[in-house]
Design a protein. Structure first.
Length: 544
């Protein structure tokens, strides 16, 4: 027998007695005649309402930014007395959504898009509230994209510059974005003003088929670059601004205005007006009377002998020779500033260059704006080049004027004539492109007639030319090498000869006749560069 058993029985008896005493005390407090606590937990038997979206865009679909949404709710043990709705642009924490109350079951919403994007996603939440104030714990929701179809437009009603005494005005109409292309120049001392208005063509079609304008402008932003580094404005009343002369400086300006509509959309089209403040100083080369045309023309002087002391005037478009000793060019500039602040038309600097030889301008003294340069290396006068001689001036506000330019050509290439009159005689090229020639069987040559002339203005008569030819079987089959150079007829440098195939007689088919021409030179000029020109003519031979 276990010796501890009587001890455990006694302990169990004591525990049972204590438990009975505790139960009696609790029972006495609960059912006995004294006071009792009201700590019972109430049971909520009110069922939550349910919410339904009855009209909304499909999930993840795009809808017009002004869209009417419909919803409803039911309450099984009461009635729905209102709704709360919210709009977010992402998937938010449901606890953080801020709702607004309404008693309506539909409403026209204007969802926002980004200023530079016409589509942006949104989430719409709505939940019903019953007569006991209980809210649907699971809101109805929809996710869709809002689209703004029509960007707002801005139109200038006035863009004007005016003189200090308001006596003169200038309309600013240029919309160019590059300084070189700007067409409006405002004189120094003048001020500018801009006024504008906007419109938004967004509209909707209601249930009755009627069109309603819903788009509206909410605010404008403006900027005058480079004076203003960021956009200014931001209200619907920002529709006019003026800039005094003291706020402007020499150089280009670009005034931009954009509108923001009720969807927050600006679009990519920004209204623009551009102008240059401070007119260019006007620069000119020396002018002489042209005896050939009777006009006053700008000229530079070129030493055509190569000695450095035999200068002759040449004008824009003239051709200069290629002497072995090289050439020298001499020029003189004058300038006038039409909006010199002092009213004297003064400029403060001159410079010049030959563009093909150096991009850098050379400064000239203001007291004597003359310049001379020598091209002693004969190879520097590339026969295929155009030499652009430029001069420009600088005004007191440090604005460089538009360069004045004279272009000279060292030996321009000849060009072929197709038809016309040359030295009083009619000329017609033969054959011409696409001709069909009917030739008897066995014909081995045809009489061709071509004419190349030298366009150099300093030599109005055609230089003597020499020619070489070849026939090709068309297409892609060469008929052999070119013939030897043949001098054209002395009277007018015509090429008028019988030319035959190297491979026998003509047979019916397609042919290509190719002719090259170059200046004929002999004696001491034989080593000078000869400019060459080529013409190819496709024609067809049939037997006849």
């Amino acid at each position: 027998m276990d010796e501890n058993r009587p001890r455990r029985s006694a302990q169990a008896l004591l525990s049972l007695s204590a438990l009975c005493l505790l139960v009696a005390i609790v029972a006495l407090g609960t059912f006995g005649p004294g006071c009792r606590d009201e700590n019972t937990i109430p049971v909520d038997r009110n069922l939550a309402p349910e919410t339904f979206l009855t009209g909304a865009p499909g999930d993840s679909q795009a809808a017009f930014y002004a869209v009417r949404l419909y919803w409803s709710g039911i309450d099984q043990d009461g009635e729905v007395v209102g709704y709360e709705y919210a709009v977010t642009e992402s998937l938010p924490d449901l606890e953080a959504i801020e709702y607004e109350f309404t008693t309506k079951t539909d409403s026209l919403f204007r969802f926002q898009v980004e200023s530079s994007r016409e589509i942006l996603g949104h989430r719409f939440y709505v939940r019903a509230i019953d007569n006991d104030g209980k809210v649907d714990p699971v809101p109805a929701w929809a996710f869709f994209a809002a689209r703004n179809i029509c960007p707002p437009a801005v139109e200038f009603t006035q863009a004007i510059a005016f003189s200090p005494d308001f006596a003169e005005t200038l309309q600013i109409t240029s919309t160019e974005t590059r300084e070189r292309s700007i067409t409006d120049t405002v004189p120094t001392g003048w001020s500018v003003c801009f006024e504008w208005e906007g419109s938004d063509c967004d509209a909707i079609l209601d249930d009755n088929g009627e069109v309603h304008q819903v788009g509206s402008i909410q605010r404008y932003f403006r900027n005058l670059a480079p004076r203003e580094f960021s956009e200014l404005g931001g209200t619907i009343n920002d529709t006019t601004v003026c800039y005094n002369a003291s706020e402007l400086s020499s150089g280009p300006f670009f005034f931009r205005v954009r509108a923001v509509d009720d969807a927050g959309y600006s679009g990519s089209e920004i209204a623009l007006r551009s102008f240059v403040w401070n007119r260019d100083p006007i620069t000119r080369f020396e002018r002489i009377f042209d005896p050939d045309t009777g006009d006053s023309v700008q000229v530079v002087y070129v030493d055509t002998i190569g000695s450095g002391d035999e200068f002759v005037p040449v004008k824009d478009g003239d051709t200069i020779p290629l002497p072995s000793a090289g050439i020298s060019i001499r020029l003189a500039l004058s300038a006038y500033d039409p909006d010199d602040p002092s009213g004297n038309g003064e400029v403060v600097g001159y410079e010049s260059r030959i563009q093909e030889l150096s991009a850098r301008y050379d400064d000239l003294p203001v007291s004597d704006p003359t310049w001379e340069t020598s091209l002693t290396d004969r190879n520097a006068l590339k026969p295929s080049a155009t030499y652009t001689i430029q001069g420009r001036s600088t005004d007191k506000l440090e604005r460089d004027g538009t360069p004045t330019t004279i272009r000279l050509y060292p030996n321009r290439p000849a060009r072929f004539l197709t038809s016309g009159e040359f030295f009083g005689a009619p000329f017609e090229q033969f054959p011409q492109e696409g001709d069909v020639l009917s030739l008897p069987a066995g014909t081995d040559s045809i009489a061709v007639e071509f004419l190349a002339v030298d366009p150099d203005r300093s030599n109005p008569r055609a230089n003597l030319m020499e020619y070489r030819t070849r026939f090709d079987l068309a297409p892609g089959q060469t008929g052999g090498a070119f013939s030897a150079w043949v001098r054209g007829e002395t009277a007018a440098s015509y090429f008028r000869q019988l030319v035959g195939l190297r491979t026998g007689s003509f047979v019916p088919g397609e042919y290509i006749f190719t002719i090259e021409a170059q200046e004929f030179r002999s004696g001491s000029n034989a080593t000078l560069v000869k400019r060459r020109v080529r013409r190819s003519v496709n024609f067809t031979v049939v037997e006849g």
